[in-house]
Design a protein around this ligand. Structure first.
Ligand SMILES: NC(=O)c1ccc[n+]([C@@H]2O[C@H](COP(=O)([O-])OP(=O)(O)OC[C@H]3O[C@@H](n4cnc5c(N)ncnc54)[C@H](OP(=O)(O)O)[C@@H]3O)[C@@H](O)[C@H]2O)c1
Length: 287
């Protein structure tokens, strides 16, 4: 197939390009910068998704994999959830219609729902609604946190475990269900040509659930250290610090705090039809 990938140079995009290439697809990749580890046959179309022409790169494609998304807003640079999730999805859908492309694999996120607490999830929901209303042959994927390679979130946890005492927001008992980046990429590539996936929105979590406390322990041990001492910081205090994250180098925004304090788990196993044996976090080795 001829496949166009948006957000192709990012953490997930890198794995998607690798899987597409292994499966023999022709790949066009969209991002502002070329991905350093991309297979050599990938054709890059460099530009800013907010204003670049998408119709020409989409012309002749059999499918689009739309990955672009952000985790932190930078309003002064016009980087907002509304623009990057809802606006770019609308641009992708409009360009697909103009270019006559009907197959879309759309990246969303676990926790996406109407009236979600975080703006991240609320705007992912708005984007999903646009896709659902588009009439395209779309498959939507909602993964939990991803591991494999160098995931920024897990690397942040690891760096915090080097402190004498790890600051944990609240009791640290929120549950997560991390899933391998490679499995998510496999899924996105395997559903591409399978009409059984058209119209599905699948939640994608790994085989095990972990509290935030346990993820800190796991990352400390992965870094060769013993389980770290934890300082459970009241949520009100973390929230107050997070509200200053736009002016001070505080590694958590109010939106991220909201996501860290609600369970991110799922019982949905429909995706095992395409990825039968998902990788456990415990078997994550350096790639
Ligand atoms: N990572 C996770 O654990 C996780 C979990 C669930 C869902 N997701 C979703 O998966 C998707 C990919 O996440 P990721 O972790 O791979 O993010 P990422 O590493 O930050 O990658 C984002 C990609 O989007 C591109 N991009 C950003 N702004 C752009 C712009 N204005 N114009 C063109 N390209 C732009 C970036 O390339 P340039 O900077 O070169 O432009 C990069 O290729 C997102 O939708 C995210 O919400 C991720």
């Amino acid at each position: 197939m001829k496949v166009v990938v948006t957000g192709a140079s990012g953490y997930v995009g890198t794995a998607v390009l690798e899987r597409l290439s292994e499966s023999g697809h022709q790949i066009k990749a969209i991002a502002r910068h070329r991905g350093a580890q991309a297979p050599s046959q990938v054709r890059w179309v460099l530009g800013d998704i907010r204003d670049m022409d998408l119709v020409e790169p989409f012309e002749g494609a059999d499918a689009i994999i739309h990955l672009i998304g952000i985790i932190r807003e930078m309003p002064r640079e016009r980087v907002t959830f509304e623009l990057m999730h809802v606006g770019t999805t609308q641009r992708v859908l409009t360009a697909m219609e103009a270019a006559g492309v009907s197959r879309l694999v759309h990246m969303s996120a676990l926790g996406t729902r109407a009236n979600a607490v975080s703006s991240y999830h609320r705007t992912k929901w708005e984007a999903e609604k646009l896709v659902a209303a588009s009439g395209l042959d779309a498959t939507m994927i909602r993964p939990s946190l991803m591991f494999g390679g160098h995931p920024p979130f897990f690397e942040l946890l690891q760096s915090l475990t080097r402190l004498p005492s790890v600051p944990v927001p609240g009791d640290g008992k929120t549950l997560f269900q991390p899933v391998s980046r490679r499995d998510v990429a496999d899924l996105m590539v395997r559903v591409l040509e399978d009409s059984a996936s058209f119209g599905l929105t699948m939640e994608v979590g790994g085989p095990d659930r972990f509290t935030l406390n346990a993820l800190f322990d796991f990352m400390a041990q992965r870094g060769g250290r013993s389980k770290p001492a934890k300082l459970h910081v009241p949520l009100g205090l973390v929230g107050a610090a997070a509200r200053l994250s736009h002016v001070l180098p505080i590694p958590i925004t109010p939106d991220q705090l909201a996501m860290l304090t609600e369970p991110n788990i799922t019982d949905d196993t429909r995706w095992h039809r395409w990825v039968a044996d998902p990788q456990a976090l415990a078997s994550w080795s350096a790639e």
